[in-house]
Design a binder for this molecule. Structure first.
Ligand SMILES: [Zn+2]
Length: 304
């Protein structure tokens, strides 16, 4: 039984299909009815009946799109860990800032009953909604895999395989996945991500990537390294929205400036280090537009 509402909808759909078919016949299919330029291919692929490019949506369509984006942003924010976490001997802070409505950066924290804390930070290739969708996929995969108590390198290898199988071949992600234990021992796997900074007793060390980004090859293997934190040591993780930020004249913020700032930060608490980075970034960037997602995480262990 078709209701009145359904039959109206059906009639509208049929007339939209008719219009698309006649546009196919006269060679105007896929062109915006307002500006006659091609409609964005990925939008046309998602809905073959759309008639306007993004610049020429009707006000109703614009509102609907904005509502979609607002909701997506809300969902993404809901997936983030708290800005600060104090767990046993660990103090962790994070900063997460999307360049647009949603971000392709990934950041998460998971604590376990045996007193371990998992910290994750990553960057999906590309930007915007597509990258954000893949970020939520990473989030879900690691949340499912962590309780299985696999080794870190096995977990990252599985994430890479799953990511490879389920995303477009052009998409990949860099990922740092670490596990800190109550005793201050940290195991970390850096899959193609920027170096992790380790501030220890006034020394600064860099933990470079030990493998390719995830999602490049489905059979990629990974290795993890172990380190022992001294009381008061800090690990600092970030995305290229920090290290590769540009100012107005095109200079890059850069690793040197970041290392100097982090190296001078002994005895800082995680939130204070993040605030110092943000202040320094603002001082460097001035009014230059922010074009990339920015994520930072600072992790401190106090053994005493
Ligand atoms: Zn148009």
């Amino acid at each position: 039984m078709v209701t009145f509402g359904e039959s109206t909808q059906l009639r509208r759909l049929l007339s939209d299909v008719d219009l698309a078919l006649s546009n196919l016949d006269n060679g105007t299919y896929g062109l915006c009815e307002t500006c006659h330029d091609p409609i964005e291919p990925e939008r046309l692929m998602a809905d073959p009946l759309i008639r306007y490019c993004l610049d020429h949506l009707t006000p109703v369509e614009q509102d609907a799109l904005q509502r979609d984006l607002d909701l997506a942003a809300k969902i993404q924010i809901g997936l983030l860990p708290r800005p600060e976490l104090f767990f046993r001997k660990w103090a962790i802070a994070r900063h997460y800032q999307a360049a647009g409505p949603v971000s392709g950066d990934y950041c998460d924290l998971v604590t376990t009953e045996d007193g371990s804390v998992y910290f994750m930070l990553g960057d999906v290739s590309g930007k915007g909604v597509a990258a954000a969708m893949l970020m939520t996929q990473l989030h879900a995969m690691l949340r499912v895999l962590i309780p299985l108590e696999l080794s870190l390198k096995e977990m990252v290898a599985r994430v890479s395989r799953l990511f490879c199988e389920s995303s477009l071949p052009t998409h990949y992600a860099t990922l740092v996945c670490g596990k800190g234990s109550d005793s201050g021992e940290v195991e970390v796997c850096n899959a193609g991500h920027l170096p992790i900074l380790w501030v220890s007793n006034g020394d600064l060390r860099m933990l470079e990537a030990t493998g390719l980004p995830i999602g490049v090859f489905s059979n990629q293997e990974y290795s993890a390294s172990k380190l022992r934190m001294a009381s008061g040591d800090l690990l600092f993780l970030y995305t290229d929205g920090l290290s590769e930020a540009h100012n107005r004249v095109g200079d890059e913020y850069g690793m040197e400036r970041l290392s100097r700032l982090a190296g001078n930060s002994k005895s800082l608490m995680p939130q204070a280090l993040i605030n110092a980075c943000l202040e320094d970034l603002v001082a460097f960037q001035g009014e230059a537009p922010k074009t990339d997602d920015l994520t930072m995480m600072a992790i401190r262990w106090d053994g005493l």
